[in-house]
Design a protein around this ligand. Structure first.
Ligand code: RFL
Ligand code: PHB
Length: 390
């Protein structure tokens, strides 16, 4: 088999890249190691920046998002038993849209199937080759056969644990990493959200987040220790702990119910530089991870493939290497700003075992400054709604 762009991984980065290239008449095949059902079963991000929505529009997959996405003009911060609203729209003229990663993935998969584009699911032993020379290709095993996909370019959209970044010689790549001393326990339940907007709570028992997927489906998170296990948390224990970490007026309004999904995710900041190696390009979680506190992971994956599709379109249509040559630098400029914001927001909102009383006073002073100063609130709002794509 031969294609112009071989995409490894059918997460949001790979699927969106495939859709953007298809709109431009560029041929791409996606190779994914899991089944479509497995990919759709992963519950992850829930907040889209306007730039992500614009890319989904450009890819021709925003029809349901326009209908079902919930526009949010702000968010609430909770500390000291009080709620403080950050008015994104008033401060920046921009808003975010609440629409689950599962829905984005489903819309992209459906559009791909309707257009008759090839996605190989359940490919085993996927490996990438020849990206430092003239004959890049992807090898994989399926239904008892060894197969090869020849291509002009490889897009490594295979997430943090993928094969693409791991195939780059260690001497050619620089890794920057910070691991946080806690995780997030998440629960999904078919109950109406407690507030109209998201609530980020700093509490002495640990961070809590009230998020949502729709008017009838809620997503809640609790900061947990790294050694904690999902099995230790009954639904009842989760709801009790959540209510303890929220201001009384919010806690009283929480509607509880049976969980549909419950999982613990570790928190990490991670960047691999550069993001291009010959004809191999890394995009999304394959190149960087942010802690989820700023809701940036999915949005960065989208902006990466926005830049990559532009570069590839310039290569094929205008015969210009400018876009693909600038890819890594353009992505990284935006990524590091989102890394900084996610690290800062994580540091502000969580209980850190090692900071002690002084660290807690600093957090408190910063929270008060943040909600009391228009300049500080604007800096939060501007980063949360998403920095511009240049
Ligand atoms: P994905 O979604 O991980 O998709 C990568 C795809 O590549 C496949 N794959 C391979 N395919 C072929 N060959 C191989 N060798 C392969 N190895 C892997 C995988 O099966 C998968 O289908 O990366 P992508 O597309 O870059 O998208 C990034 C986003 O998914 C990610 O940034 C966010 O979901 C991060 N994230 C969250 N972000 C938020 O903004 N808010 C959240 O609440 C949030 N929760 C999360 C998250 C990420 C998590 N991970 C990675 C463990 C919760 C979790 C648990
Ligand atoms: C989510 O709804 O999953 C979500 C929302 C906001 C975040 C992180 C996760 O900052």
């Amino acid at each position: 088999m031969r294609t112009q762009v071989a995409i490894v991984g059918a997460g949001p980065a790979g699927l969106l890249l495939g859709a953007l290239l298809h709109q431009a008449g560029i041929d791409a095949v996606i190779i994914e190691q899991r089944s479509a059902e497995y990919v759709l079963g992963r519950i992850r991000a829930g907040v889209l920046e306007q730039t992500t929505v614009a890319l989904l529009e450009q890819a021709g997959v925003a029809e349901r998002l326009r209908r079902e996405g919930l526009p949010h003009d702000g968010t609430e911060l909770a500390f000291d038993g009080q709620l403080h609203r950050i008015d994104f729209f008033g401060l920046t003229g921009r808003r975010v849209t609440v629409y689950g990663q599962t829905e984005v993935t489903q819309d992209l998969m459906q559009a791909r199937a309707a257009a008759g584009l090839t996605t190989v699911y359940e490919a085993e032993n996927v490996s990438v080759h020849g990206f430092d020379g003239a004959a890049p290709h992807v090898r994989y095993h399926q239904a008892g056969r060894d197969l090869e996909l020849a291509c002009d370019f490889i897009a490594g959209c295979d997430g943090y644990h993928g094969v693409s970044r791991a195939s780059v010689p260690a001497c050619a790549i620089a890794i920057f990493e910070k691991v946080y001393p806690f995780g997030w326990l998440g629960i999904l339940a078919d109950v109406p959200p407690v507030r109209h907007e998201l609530v980020y709570a700093n509490h002495e028992r640990g961070f809590a987040l009230c998020s949502q997927r729709s008017r009838t489906r809620s997503r809640y998170y609790l900061q947990t220790s790294l050694t904690d296990k999902v099995e230790n948390w009954s639904d009842a224990a989760f709801w009790d702990e959540l209510r303890l970490r929220l201001p009384a007026e919010v806690a009283q309004q929480v509607t509880t119910g049976a969980s549909i999904e419950k999982s613990i995710a570790p928190l990490r900041s991670f960047v691999a530089e550069p993001m291009r190696f010959g004809t191999l390009f890394l995009a999304g979680d394959a190149a960087h991870i942010v802690p989820p506190t700023g809701a940036k992971g999915l949005n960065l994956a989208a902006s990466d493939v926005g830049y990559l599709s532009q570069g590839l379109i310039e290569h094929y249509r205008d015969k210009s290497p400018a876009g693909i040559d600038a890819y890594s630098q353009r992505c990284l400029a935006r990524i590091w700003k989102a890394e900084r914001f996610s690290w800062w927001f994580t540091s502000l909102m969580h209980k850190f075992p090692e900071t002690g009383a002084f660290g807690q006073k600093m957090q408190h002073a910063e929270l008060e400054y943040l909600v009391g100063s228009k300049a500080a609130s604007t800096a939060l709002a501007e980063n949360y709604v998403g920095l511009p794509i240049r």
